[in-house]
Design a protein around this ligand. Sequence first.
Ligand SMILES: C[S@@+](CC[C@H](N)C(=O)[O-])C[C@H]1O[C@@H](n2cnc3c(N)ncnc32)[C@H](O)[C@@H]1O
Length: 221
Amino acid sequence: MGENEALDRTRRDYDEVAELYDEMVRQGNELTDALSTAMVNAFADLVRAGGSAAAVVDAGCGPGQWTDHLDRAGIQAYGVDLSPAMVAIARRYRPDLRYEVGSMLHLGVGDESIAGILAHFSLIHTPPDLLPRVLTEFARVVEPGGPLLVGVQVTDNADTNGWVPYDHKASPAYLWTLDALAGQLHEHRFAELGRLRIVGPVPGKPPAGYLLTRRIATEGD
Ligand SMILES: C[S@@+](CC[C@H](N)C(=O)[O-])C[C@H]1O[C@@H](n2cnc3c(N)ncnc32)[C@H](O)[C@@H]1O
């Protein structure tokens, strides 16, 4: 799928399900909420420790729950999402925060001007052949040493290139092995610091995984 076709499809699909998606998020799930929050808080701790005056981007922010969480944790954050309906919901909850309709492929900010990126289940819809372009954009905008936290649904099927198509309810998606995704991130100058695999809670549903990484300062590091 070409860049525009893939992005248009994701935008259309999330515009359609935005309200339902938001309801699902607000309903929550005890286990995944606890573990996701732990990972996002670890990301926030690294941003804080870095001492940057720059903001972090919640890339593919959806209804904005993590932008809101980061802001409440004292982190300067703004959200970007392809779907105008998602951005409208995010703004409804927090009209005081910055939310933009935009693409992770073109963040529209200067080189090394962002303190970190949260990509919380937003890379899952990126066709694998487009992923290098997204990661190149992430590496361009994040300050050296800045963290990138990626959350995805994962597969253990290592017979593939590291990914398999996934019949996601909202829009076509891809499952990654954490090793393959960590490899892609490393090729794009994000070194792994740690990972988490959430096995529960729904039988038959793919596990979720997180990779916490940090932008390597120079090619040789
Ligand atoms: C599964 S939702 C995740 C939303 C939110 N981050 C969360 O954790 O609930 C995926 C979101 O990523 C957005 N998205 C997917 N590809 C994107 C891209 N290339 N640029 C910006 N947003 C994108 C979608 O519009 C959708 O809102």
